[in-house]
Design a protein around this ligand. Structure first.
Ligand code: AHG
Ligand code: MN
Ligand code: MN
Length: 337
């Protein structure tokens, strides 16, 4: 029985400049996850389900739990002093933590504090996503926008928490993907899934098919491919879509599959956010042996332009992503875009 805390310390030597800061930072995330988990577990009897009546910067309705989770993660990260700034789906601008200890730290965190939050009212799994980078601005000074607009390839660590039938924390620091399951009676995360690898081929496709008519032609063709009957390749594949990225991703990671959120008429750039949804999930997926692309190129190679930028997302088993990318290229070659 290895706990998350023990595992992180045991692996500390994986970091080139191991100073213990990242260990403390992950400890802050673990603590916030436990607090959010406790609230989610009693959502039905506490006054924390439903909307606040407010909208976030992206014009999406904010749930009470969105703001609660945002406050808990923000407070935990600020209190430990291991982070100099954060950006969040629920905050219009990035935030500098300006006490001396925080300003002298080298890490920034980007997060989706509660992913799939509209599912909370109906008792469906939701999650938290986080992404950690080293700042590029000088230590000791307030953070700047450029600290947050780094390409995904420079991530130091990324992970998610899934508040599901059991609560798990899954993370990578670039040395494989490891999953920890929370024992609710003790409030301790134990190592349950070491070195997760996604099957190279999968049988599950996950997409909001209600938007079919306005999908790119390459995606439409791929969906017909998934539905075609072919004994050799075990088609038709199975369609599974929860509507919580974390939950859909987690299932496909363990079983093999592909998650697609392409451009649509109502979301011409896709719906998911590059910095705190796609990049961390892409890092985890690549570390598990899978692929994450915008339909044409590697997600983690993209240079972000804005904090809340959206991007089409194709993520999962290597061969499945490769097949749909070929179809995208065939129907709308990149050079025309
Ligand atoms: P969030 O709750 O953080 O805004 O994210 C919701 C996202 C993601 O979790 C999910 O995969 C996607 O929205 C579902 O979108 P559709 O309802 O358009 O399918
Ligand atoms: Mn989300
Ligand atoms: Mn969210």
């Amino acid at each position: 029985m290895i706990t998350l805390g023990e595992y992180i310390i045991a692996k500390q030597h994986d970091f080139p400049e191991a100073s213990g800061e990242l260990t403390l930072l992950l400890g802050a995330i673990r603590l916030a996850a436990k607090v959010v988990n406790r609230e989610i577990n009693k959502a039905g009897i506490a006054d924390i389900i439903g909307t606040t009546g407010l909208e976030n910067i992206q014009g999406e309705s904010q749930q009470k739990m969105d703001l609660y989770a945002n406050d808990v993660f923000k407070a935990a990260l600020e209190a430990r002093g291991e982070v100099c700034g954060i950006a969040s789906e629920e905050e219009e601008n990035f935030i500098t933590f300006d006490d001396k200890r925080s300003l002298n730290s080298k890490y920034i965190v980007l997060m989706d504090p509660l992913d799939g939050s509209s599912n909370i009212d109906v008792n469906v799994s939701i999650g938290t996503i986080f992404s950690i980078y080293k700042r590029i601005s000088p230590v000791g000074e307030p953070v700047v926008l450029e600290d947050f607009l780094q390409p995904g390839v420079t991530q130091v660590a990324a992970g998610y928490i899934i508040y599901g039938s059991s609560t798990m924390l899954v993370y990578t620091t670039g040395n494989g993907v490891h999953g920890f399951t929370c024992d609710p009676s003790l409030g301790v995360f134990y190592l349950s899934h070491e070195n997760i690898k996604i099957p190279t081929d999968g049988q599950i496709y996950s997409i909001n098919e209600g938007n079919y008519l306005t999908f790119p032609e390459g995606v439409k063709k791929y969906l017909k491919y998934c539905q075609a009957i072919d004994n050799d390749t075990n088609r038709p594949y199975t369609s599974r879509y929860i509507g919580s990225l974390v939950s859909d991703f987690h299932r496909n990671l363990l079983k093999g599959g592909i998650y697609i959120y392409p451009s649509t008429a109502s979301a011409p750039q896709g719906k998911l956010r590059l910095l705190y949804e796609c990049n961390p999930m892409a890092f985890i997926m690549e570390q598990a042996g899978g692929t994450a692309s915008d339909g044409f190129q590697r997600i983690m190679a993209l240079k972000p332009n804005t904090l809340h930028q959206r991007i089409p997302f194709f993520c999962g088993s290597k061969n499945m992503v490769s097949t749909v990318q070929d179809m995208m290229q065939e129907h709308s070659p990149r050079s025309e875009n």
